[in-house]
Design a protein around this ligand. Structure first.
Ligand code: PEP
Length: 261
């Protein structure tokens, strides 16, 4: 269970799913039932093209709407503007009402070749634009089976967050998403997840201070479903979830959020 200083945060990563009508309907369903997950911050991360429609459905003004449900991007470029065809900038995400942005998702890393260095540049650009980065890290199955989970995750955390002042680090969210658990139905055991979350918090403590690290929210992601969320939520260092597939159904997404409340 998250420490009282850390408000649980459950974010839905819709990936490249839904259309405009379905995005608006899902948003309305989640926002209309937000009270079911009182005390939990909910974030919806639609495809960038539908961010404005979701912002409208949430009634967002300056990133805040009546339901309290926040909007997030799934990715962004690290430059503010320029000749980067097909990309979106942090300022654009802010402009349409985003408060959060997912960075370094394993699909960005594996399918689009994103490196820790690029993630680091994006984290800095997001913070400079006033966005809260949700920084994703996690090992592959091969890395876990060869006993390299700790070293891989440590390297990702230290490199993705290099050079960020402690006060700024205090604003970020880190999502531990073992690659072998994403979209596979194979969830990490609560103990496996808690062990890596404790490691991440120790690394954040080294990068900032124990006081700052104690306030940083750590999400688990990878096949989180209504039937496994409560066991994950019971872990000391798991402060929420980054949810893919199950975030596409309001019932499932809210059931997961309730587990963290
Ligand atoms: C994700 O893509 O961030 C994710 C956790 O997906 P799923 O919940 O579908 O495993």
């Amino acid at each position: 269970m998250a420490a009282p200083s850390r408000k649980p945060i459950v974010a839905g990563n819709w990936k490249m799913n839904l259309d405009g009508a379905k995005a608006r309907a899902l948003t309305a369903a989640v926002a209309g039932r937000q009270a079911e997950a009182a005390g939990v911050e909910l974030v919806l991360c639609p495809p960038a093209l539908y961010a404005s429609a979701v912002a409208d459905a949430l009634g967002l003004k300056g990133g805040v709407g009546p339901s309290g449900v926040a909007l997030g991007g799934q990715n962004m470029h690290d430059k503010q503007s320029g000749a980067y065809t097909g990309e979106v900038a942090a300022g654009m995400l802010r402009d349409v009402g985003c408060r959060y942005v997912i960075l370094g998702h394993s699909e960005r890393r594996s399918l689009f070749g994103e490196t820790d260095g690029q993630v680091n540049a994006k984290v800095k650009a997001a913070l400079a634009a006033g966005l809260v980065p949700i920084v994703c890290v996690g090992e592959s199955l091969q890395e876990r089976e060869s006993g390299r989970t700790e070293s891989v995750v440590s390297e990702q955390v230290l490199a993705s967050l290099a050079g960020i002042p402690a006060v700024e680090l205090g604003r970020i969210v880190v999502a531990y998403e073992p690659v072998w658990a994403i979209g596979t139905g194979k969830v990490a055991t609560p103990q496996q997840a808690q062990d890596v979350h404790a490691l991440i918090r120790a690394l954040l403590s080294r990068l900032s201070s124990p006081e700052v690290a104690a306030t940083i929210r750590l999400q688990y992601g990878g096949s989180v479903k209504p039937d496994n969320a409560a066991d994950l939520a019971a872990c000391t260092d798991i402060d929420g979830a980054l949810v893919g597939g199950a975030s596409l159904q309001a019932d499932d997404f809210l059931a997961i959020a309730r587990a963290f409340g």
